[in-house]
Design a protein around this ligand. Structure first.
Ligand SMILES: Nc1nc2c(c(=O)[nH]1)N[C@H]1C(S)=C(S)[C@@H](COP(=O)(O)OP(=O)(O)OC[C@H]3O[C@@H](n4cnc5c(=O)[nH]c(N)nc54)[C@H](O)[C@@H]3O)O[C@H]1N2
Ligand SMILES: Nc1nc2c(c(=O)[nH]1)N[C@H]1C(S)=C(S)[C@@H](COP(=O)(O)OP(=O)(O)OC[C@H]3O[C@@H](n4cnc5c(=O)[nH]c(N)nc54)[C@H](O)[C@@H]3O)O[C@H]1N2
Ligand code: SF4
Ligand SMILES: [Mo]
Length: 819
């Protein structure tokens, strides 16, 4: 029984899937009799064993990994038969099958296990191509590699000669995040060799939170998030929009660890989310539904109760923080400008942030707010965390800082069982990177503002548009380099607006796309180059960023030869460098394999227990390494001795009131309605819950969350995954009934930007007044230029958030009607 229950649990934890769905993903559905025949043994064993039992040959083994940006990085064991990947199984502790918690198997989820279907996909790009129709039409003509390299190389030279290197933009892309030396590093190295390129800062993932929290905790705060194991030392865990069950699905990832620590130590856990997510599914102690974009209002009222009931840790606030009350308020702040003044109604707005005040905004009953405050104020220690959805809103910077006020007010920082309010931290095993010449272009743009940098580049300034490294941009983007990214249209906001910008060839003159598949972005390429998949290449990669304390290097080797005429990014860049006369500078005379061998030597110097040769390491796949002891409690050194270990804030302390933000608020040029405040205040925004004007036409709030069946748009074109995880817009029965919508009906979702159609999922798992759909669906226009597929980004806005100039893609107001 013991073994059986572990394995059963193991299957669940790795996939979040029912046994039937697992069979489906493994391609076994339809094999009725065989499937039934393996019933009992299957329960005891893994999917890999299940396959063995129906006679799938073991084949040659080549280790690779799933390199998407889900935060995990699962090793994938490729079983190669006659030169083709026949099936994929998982990390199994080098065949031992050991699954002891802490040394558990890093099992791939449904996506990684289907990766073979990405490799052999009908959408796979086979040859270099040049565009013959209009951008977006998808009309291409096959060309030779020689011609492709000449077109791209000449265009690069022309762009540099005419506009300068600053007009070459390398687009954000998370398609093969895991690559360490291959992939995007090769592209960056090449672009630096030819004189540099316009870089972005921020990411679509964490623009607002990573920009905002340094004002509170100082630069580099990210390494101060507590590992998931601290949940096991807590009495209470409170999660804001944190959904590891759907987002960190690897067997080695956060969801298993969070659940295991909670279960072992019976940690009371409260989830705050507009949606009853899979992270709960009966395992939560409580679900507190909240209106999107209003978490900061909830925090304000919790603070009000904590202050009124004397549940704040005054000593912590006096010793470690700036700006809680008059005692530590900086001299430059207004006399009534402290956090306590703001909460109690003594600040400039004169509003007491009572539970009654917050109940109206958040939709959470007053009594429940009071109870939650008391729980947080009395449970010592409490582990407070937030996912990244709160910050992907128009007031995301404010929300992210606000949630951190809960551990700060209660002194739940720097001690076992606590966390600083961000997502849990993760150990990153250090892996050498590809040697990188400096980028001579010093100016950078926020990654979300690339469309602006095409249309009005020369107008963009540091004070209005967050340009860094210079006061303004000298040139608009003229050459767009897209590698491993669907952000040139599908993943960026307002697809119709982006389409119009890209169609005008006088603006951005050239779009290079290096891809595996004919994606929506690929359809906009001027030249489209077919990349190998990682299953056709090599690299040494580290674990992902959401793996708790268990990491380690993974050694990728080619399972198969490059398909068709596909080439690696390294090879493409070598050819381009040759065309431009800088091959020696690029390669330094070394083939890619030699760069890897040299990197491995360095790795062994740092970690002598690694196998002697890279070949041996490759045969092992992943080599697990736990985080060194003494890591994993956020701000523990600061807590122990704040004088000796000051934070990297101007005061060296936790800045509840930030003088730097006060200065930014006074000097930056912000559009009407945009607000930056020195305190972590709640701010109502355009298309937020309190936007009564937008509410007249668009009564529902809507956000596009991250889907289980895809990582963004990657894996979209796999029929088995689309069948296993059906896309739909979630709508509450109250809202559905008012619109005559039944479960499964086709509906039209309309925002001020455009509309799309999708099936409705009528469910009480989402609160009234709010709708949610999975982002990442590949859009397709009908004859009227409207999307037919259910892509959320025809609904989202290109207006950036005030401080980070990040993507507020979760802030939308829509109407939903039955078609
Ligand atoms: N399966 C899968 N995993 C992924 C990804 C994927 O596409 N698919 N993407 C990966 C990437 S790149 C990233 S950046 C991360 C993204 O991680 P997140 O940004 O954390 O993910 P989201 O899906 O946006 O939202 C997480 C949860 O927050 C809730 N939520 C939305 N708005 C609010 C709000 O205003 N307040 C509160 N309290 N809750 C809210 C949603 O209902 C959802 O349950 O996930 C990674 N993991
Ligand atoms: N509305 C809305 N929009 C969002 C979000 C949201 O929550 N809501 N989330 C945002 C977030 S957090 C992110 S990170 C972005 C993600 O947006 P992207 O970074 O664009 O990620 P993907 O959509 O997964 O696209 C990655 C592309 O890389 C390709 N690819 C994969 N492997 C390889 C490879 O080895 N070589 C090459 N050349 N290509 C490869 C895939 O085929 C795919 O087309 O989306 C953002 N967009
Ligand atoms: S998508 Fe993430 S969890 Fe799933 S197999 Fe890939 S790396 Fe692992
Ligand atoms: Mo992301």
């Amino acid at each position: 029984m013991g073994e059986q229950s572990t394995k059963e649990e193991g299957l669940g934890r790795a996939s979040g899937l029912s046994r039937r769905s697992m069979l489906k993903v493994a391609g076994l559905v339809g094999l009725g009799a065989v499937g039934a025949g393996i019933g009992l043994p299957f329960m005891k064993t893994s999917i890999a064993r299940g396959l063995e039992q129906i006679g799938a040959p073991e084949g040659e083994i080549a280790w690779n990994a799933c390199l998407v940006n889900c935060g995990s990085r699962c090793p994938l064991k490729c079983h190669v038969v006659n030169g083709a990947i026949r099936w994929i199984s998982q990390e199994d502790n080098h065949g031992s099958g050991d699954d002891t918690f802490g040394q558990h198997q890093v099992r791939a989820c449904l996506r990684g296990r289907s990766a073979r279907r990405r490799v052999y996909n009908p959408d796979r790009l086979k040859y270099p191509m040049k565009r013959v129709g209009k951008r977006g039409e998808g009309k291409f003509e096959r060309i030779s590699w020689d011609e492709a390299i000449k077109i791209v190389g000449d265009k690069l030279k022309h762009t540099i000669d005419t506009y300068g290197n600053q007009s070459i933009y390398y687009q954000y892309g998370s398609g093969s995040t895991g690559y360490n030396m291959a992939g995007r590093s090769s592209c960056h190295r090449f672009l630096n060799v030819i004189g540099g390129y316009l870089e972005f800062y921020n990411t679509y993932s964490t623009a607002q939170i990573r920009f905002a929290l340094p004002f509170t905790y100082g630069e580099g705060y990210g390494s101060e998030c507590s590992y998931t194991r601290e949940i096991g030392n807590a009495k209470l865990a409170v999660f804001f929009g944190y959904n590891p069950g759907e987002l960190r699905m690897s067997g080695g990832g956060e969801t298993y660890q969070v659940n295991e620590w909670r279960r072992r130590n019976k940690v009371r856990t409260i989830f705050i989310d507009p949606r009853y997510s899979d992270s709960m599914l009966g395992k939560e102690d409580e679900w507190i539904p909240i209106r999107p974009g209003t978490d900061a209002a909830l925090v304000n009222a919790l603070a009000w109760v904590l202050i009124k009931e004397d549940l704040v840790d005054q000593q912590f606030l006096d010793t470690y923080c700036v700006g809680y009350d008059a005692t530590t308020l900086p001299a430059s702040a207004p006399a009534n400008g402290s956090y306590k003044d703001y909460i109690l109604g003594d600040g400039p707005d004169g509003i007491a942030k009572t539970p009654e005040w917050a109940a109206r905004i958040t939709g959470i009953p007053e009594a429940r707010i009071v109870k939650l405050a008391r729980e947080i104020g009395t449970a010592q220690p409490a582990f407070i965390a937030q996912g990244w959805s709160l910050q992907r809103h128009a007031n995301g910077e404010q929300a992210a800082r606000a949630v951190c006020m809960l551990p700060i007010l209660t002194g739940n920082i720097g001690l076992p069982g606590t966390n600083i309010g961000e997502e849990p931290g993760s150990y990153g095993y250090p892996v050498p990177k590809l040697k990188m010449p400096a980028n001579k272009v010093k100016v950078r743009i926020p990654c979300f503002l690339w469309t602006d940098a095409i249309t009005r580049g020369k107008e963009m300034t540091a004070l209005a548009d967050g340009i860094k490294g210079a006061d303004k941009l000298e040139q608009p983007i003229k050459f767009l380099w897209n590698y491993s990214s669907n952000t040139t249209i599908n993943q960026h906001s307002d697809i119709q607006a982006t389409h119009r910008i890209l169609q005008d060839e006088s603006l951005c003159e050239f779009i290079l796309v290096i891809e595996n598949h004919m994606t929506p972005t690929a359809r906009y390429a001027d030249v489209l180059l077919p990349d190998i998949t990682n299953f056709e290449g090599s690299d040494i990669v580290s674990n992902g960023y959401a793996v708790g304390e268990m990491g380690g290097p993974i050694f990728l080797s080619p399972a198969i030869k490059p398909l068709f005429e596909c080439k690696s990014a390294w090879d493409i860049c070598t050819l381009l460098a040759r065309h431009l006369g800088v091959e020696q500078d690029y390669t330094e005379g070394k083939p890619f394999e030699q760069w890897l061998q040299e990197a491995y030597v360095k790795m062994r110097e740092a970690d002598p227990d690694l196998p002697e040769t890279l070949g041996e390491a490759r045969a092992m796949g992943m080599i697990k390494r736990r985080a060194p002891q003494g890591k994993g409690i956020g701000l523990s050194k600061f807590r122990a001795d704040p004088e000796a270990n000051p934070l990297k804030t101007p005061s060296g302390k936790i800045e509840i009131y930030s003088e730097r933000l006060a200065e930014i608020a006074a000097t930056w040029k912000l559009p009407a309605g945009d607000v930056i405040t020195p305190l972590p205040q709640y701010v109502a925004t355009w298309e937020g819950y309190e936007d009564t004007e937008a509410c007249k036409t668009y009564p529902l709030q809507l956000y596009g969350r991250h889907p289980k069946g895809r990582t963004h748009s990657t894996y979209h074109n796999l029929d088995v995954l689309r069948a296993a995880v059906a896309d739909a817009v979630w709508i509450n029965p109250i809202d559905a009934q008012a619109r005559g919508i039944h479960d499964g009906d086709l509906v039209r979702v309309t925002s001020a930007r455009g509309h799309t159609r999708i099936k409705a999922k009528v469910t009480p798992r989402i609160i009234p007044g709010v709708a949610s759909m999975e982002q990442g669906i590949w859009f397709k226009f009908d004859a009227n230029g409207q999307d037919t597929e259910g892509s959320v980004n025809v609904l989202t806005s290109q207006r950036p958030s005030p401080l980070a100039k990040g993507n507020p893609q979760h802030t939308n107001r829509v109407q939903i009607e039955k078609i």
